[in-house]
Design a protein around this ligand. Structure first.
Ligand SMILES: CC(C)(COP(=O)(O)OP(=O)(O)OC[C@H]1O[C@@H](n2cnc3c(N)ncnc32)[C@H](O)[C@@H]1OP(=O)(O)O)[C@@H](O)C(=O)NCCC(=O)NCCS
Length: 171
């Protein structure tokens, strides 16, 4: 795959793209994720295209006055490991920095944790070490029928390891 064929666009998901992401997230043991309605309502969304085919996404989900969570980060399986995830991550990261947002990221995916560890983030291994604004956001965010149903459905899926949390306070 030539890198020149990868295009990153900052635009909300259209319905067909949101359905692809919903389906991919449903198959991932690592993400509880968003409902279709929530995916369609994400405002800051970086989308990757290879030869005009939609292949992945990373969204900046703003919460509180000054926080954003880099989330819904997913690449279609056959396009993984080709550097596209890093391009999307860089675009999301640059957006958060330029908007002077505090950044929050959570993952249990080893590939994602590698990306986090290489980035200018403070890494935390316990949820309770997070700033209070993030703890409150995460607790409220998890109270949704969609996420509770997904959490239960995914209980039997094999999980790679513990969650790792990354934060960066705006300069
Ligand atoms: C996480 C994810 C988005 C990364 O996207 P990607 O396009 O595969 O990532 P990249 O190709 O840019 O690779 C990023 C780094 O991880 C490494 N990597 C990628 N796949 C790997 C694998 N299977 N095993 C080990 N390392 C791997 C790459 O070599 C690269 O490191 P480098 O820059 O030192 O070479 C993708 O793997 C994915 O969609 N996973 C499932 C959904 C998920 O768990 N998302 C994270 C939610 S928080």
């Amino acid at each position: 795959m030539q890198n020149s064929k990868v295009k990153i666009i900052n635009k909300p998901l259209i319905k067909s793209e949101a359905k692809i992401i919903l389906n991919e997230i449903r198959q991932s043991p690592n993400i509880t994720g968003y409902s279709l309605h929530e995916l369609l309502n994400l405002k800051t969304v970086f989308k990757a295209y290879v030869d005009d085919n939609f292949v992945g996404v990373c969204a900046n989900f703003d919460f509180e006055a000054n926080w954003t969570e880099l989330s819904a980060f997913i690449i279609s399986p056959k396009f993984r490991g080709q550097g596209i995830g890093k391009k999307l991550f860089s675009a999301s990261w640059a957006d958060a920095i330029s908007r002077k947002k505090n950044i929050f990221i959570v993952s249990r995916n080893p590939v994602m944790i590698k990306i986090l560890e290489e980035t200018d983030l403070k890494i935390l291994s316990s949820f309770w070490q997070l700033p209070l604004a993030v703890i409150i956001h995460e607790l409220i965010f998890s109270i949704s029928w969609y996420r509770v149903k997904e959490f239960i459905r995914k209980l039997s899926m094999k999980k790679p390891g513990r969650f790792v949390f990354g934060i960066k306070m705006a300069a």
